[in-house]
Design a protein around this ligand. Structure first.
Ligand code: PXL
Length: 276
């Protein structure tokens, strides 16, 4: 069985990060190990959330794992919570990523034109270090603009996205998949791969702010790659599944305001990836 390690926070309430990665990637037939970077009482959209930094624990986990003969087929990172965690992630790559390990990083620090509570522009710049080392980076359009040092725009065209790609590529990124790109009435992804090819995939936009969609995309993309799909196919599956889940969420009158109802759509993910 393939093995992935997911490095991101645990939010005790609110569906995001590890509480999405674990069920989704496991459902795709991949052993999912975790390193929690922080424990929050609830994700940062809840006023008054508590935050416990787990840096010391990360150091002990890594020290223990170094004594084991353990390798990962993929390392997926998401919300890290502090600049020091970025250094830890890069050290983790050096120790545990073999030649064939897929390193997939979702920078997670901003959305909808704004930086999340607890982050700042310094963090956005520090994230560039991850972009240099990871095989795939999956910023949303807001994060991509901050990382490139450009203004966040609500209306944009392919020239703006090309400028972002050029800046991120010049600073060392390999395969960049920008999510939450709006094109007319559609929402989707635009990717530039290391061979220079561009891939885009869109679905009708579903209005609203949905927490955890980026995490669902990243988990599905990672699971699909480990199931042997190429990057384009994996990205397409991830857009299809995310869009389907958003539709199911809004249809569900009783859905929680803080997250998406992926629990109900896992059978569709299994169909999409040919597991059932
Ligand atoms: O969905 C990304 C995410 C992950 N983890 C925490 C968050 C967020 C987004 O706000 O607050 C704690």
């Amino acid at each position: 069985m393939k093995r992935l390690v997911s490095i991101q926070d645990i939010s005790c309430i609110g569906k995001c990060s590890q509480t999405i990665a674990l069920p989704i990637i496991s459902a795709m037939g991949i052993e999912t190990s975790i390193i929690p970077t922080a424990v929050l009482s609830a994700h940062t959209m809840f006023p008054g959330f508590t935050f416990c930094d787990l840096s010391d624990n990360i150091t002990s986990v890594v020290s223990h794992w170094k004594t084991l003969d353990i390798r990962f087929d993929a390392i997926l990172s998401g919300y890290l919570g502090s600049i020091s965690h970025i250094g830890m992630l890069l050290d983790f790559y050096d120790t545990f990523a073999g030649d064939n390990t897929l390193t997939i990083a979702d920078p997670v620090f901003a959305d909808n034109g704004k930086i999340y509570p607890g982050f700042d522009e310094e963090y956005a710049k520090a994230v560039a270090k991850i972009a240099k080392k990871a095989r795939y980076i999956l910023p949303n359009i807001t994060e991509a603009a901050f990382m490139a040092g450009l203004d966040c725009r609500t209306g944009y065209d392919m020239d703006y996205i090309t400028e972002i790609f050029d800046i991120l590529t010049a600073s060392g990124a390999s395969n960049i998949i920008i999510t939450s790109v709006i094109k007319g009435n559609e929402n989707g992804i635009v990717a530039r791969f290391e061979d220079g090819s561009i891939f885009e995939y869109f679905k009708p936009d579903i209005k609203g702010v949905f927490h955890g969609t980026g995490d669902l995309f990243a988990s599905t993309f990672s699971g699909a790659l480990l199931n042997g799909y190429c990057a384009e196919e994996a990205a397409k599956i991830a857009v299809e599944y995310t869009s389907y889940t958003l539709k199911a969420t809004v249809k569900n009158q009783k859905h929680n305001w803080y997250g998406i109802d992926f629990e109900e759509t896992i059978p569709y993910l299994l169909k999409l990836t040919g597991r059932i």
